[in-house]
Design a protein around this ligand. Sequence first.
Ligand code: RB5
Length: 144
Amino acid sequence: MIYIGSDHAGYRLKREIIAFLESMGLPYTEYGCTDGSSFDYPNAAEDTCKALLEGEKDDFAILVCGTGIGISIAANKIKGIRAALVTDAFTAEMAKLHNNANCICMGERVTGAGVAISAVKKYMETDFEGGRHERRVNQIMALE
Ligand code: RB5
């Protein structure tokens, strides 16, 4: 399951990503802004990430706000969330490969829909490398 949420400033990019998920037949649940009206990004992050934490092991979340910054900061306050602000396929790949991020965040005012969708695809097709990165990820989680 993919949990996808946004505030109002990420609403249009969220719709583009949802259209991609639907075209691929991928299951998703939507949180946050659903009609373009004002929705505070901390609440969108909280609703989306709490649902993710109740899901299955390989589930992940996608969060979108205007820049991706606020919603990633909020998501990272939630125990169990490793949210990565990504801007393209490379940063999305590294977010999974090295950081085992369970949440990728993007900014509608930063990243166009085509690049955002390529980032989602790359994240989904990449596996966590483990090894020395597992030690470091465990160190991150020990900071909680
Ligand atoms: C909303 O105007 C904007 O501040 C928000 O979407 C985000 O960019 C915050 O980091």
